[in-house]
Structure formats: C-alpha cells, structure tokens
Design a protein around this ligand. Structure first.
Ligand code: ZN
Length: 181
C-alpha cells in the first residue's frame, strides 16, 4: 500500500463528496483512514504457513472443532466491514495444530479485501494444504454493513457460507451444524 497516495486520494474523495477538508474534524481524516486501511489489509500477500507449520502428532482420528472465532473483514464491493464468526472443523490425519493457530489463519485471510464466499474457501484450502487433514469444513456467519447500513437495511441479517474439502462425510457435516446451534 502506498500510504502517501492513499492519504491524497482520501482527501480527494472528501472534496468530491462536497466536504470542506480544512475543517477541524476532517483535517486528520485522510491520514487516519490510510492507517486504518493499512491495518485492515495487513493480511494482503501473507500466507498462514508460519502458523500452520508447527503441528503435533496425534492419533486422534475424530473431529476437532473450534468455533466462535470472531473476525472482521472488508467487503471488496463497497469497502465496508463485514464481521462475524468462524467455525473450523477438521478430521486429523496424524497431526493437529495449536488452537490459536486456526484463529491466526482466519486473521491472515480476513485482513484483505474480500467476499465472504472466497474468504471461507481460502481458509479451508489453506488448512487442507498446510495441515493435510483427512477433511476440513469451514463455516462462516457474518453481518455485512453494506447490507445492514445501506441498501436493504436489514439490521442483524446474517449470511452463512461454508466450504468442505477432502473427505468430510455427510454425517460429520450434520454433526458440525448440530454443534453450532
Ligand atoms: Zn458489500
């Protein structure tokens, strides 16, 4: 990200919106917005390799489920936040990963310009690639401010997406949804 260019562009945006960029409340806004974007997009170009490479041997063949992993991301269609929770379930094939590492993986992919469908899929894909479980299922429930603050303005409406990769039997999927209720 070119911070100076973003600062300049936000100033131009405010002007185009008809605002007086010299007034007190707005003077520092371009800089603040640039710094906010630097943080919101800090996952750009990163991978979760460092988080998912430290694994532990485990002969637990059953499912591991971590839920209520909160996240916030930025919708690439409106540059507005969407936020909610992830649940990640996987069936290990000899190795497991520290639980905080799944949350770190969510962080890497959510701190980018995203759509919820792709975000969900990328997390499933990364876990499949780095951890090589028998199967993985990622469920995301999110509220989109571009939907709740504008457009149809349905406050509190949630969007659910999920992605399943590898061998994750139907019976296990039902188990995950039951555990999420
Ligand atoms: Zn949007």
């Amino acid at each position: 990200m070119d911070r100076e260019k973003v600062i300049e562009a936000v100033g131009e945006l405010l002007k185009a919106l008809g605002e007086d960029v010299g007034r007190d409340g707005l003077k520092e806004t371009p800089r603040r917005v640039a710094d906010a974007f630097a943080e919101l997009l800090s996952g750009e170009g990163k991978s979760a390799e460092e988080h998912l490479s430290k694994t532990f041997a485990s002969d637990c063949g059953d499912m591991v489920l971590e839920k209520d992993i909160s996240f916030s991301s930025t919708c690439e269609h409106h540059l507005m936040p969407f936020f909610g929770t992830f649940a990640i379930a996987y069936i290990p094939d000899g190795k497991v990963v520290g639980l905080s590492k799944l949350a770190r993986t969510v962080e890497v992919f959510s701190k980018r310009l995203q759509i919820q469908e792709r975000l969900t899929f990328q997390i499933a894909q990364e876990i499949m690639l780095r951890l090589a479980p028998k199967g993985v299922m990622v469920v995301c429930e999110a509220e989109h401010t571009c939907m709740t603050c504008r457009g149809v303005k349905k406050a509190g409406s949630k969007t659910l997406t999920y992605s399943v990769l590898g061998d994750f039997p139907e019976k296990k999927r039902e188990e995950v949804f039951a555990l999420l209720k």
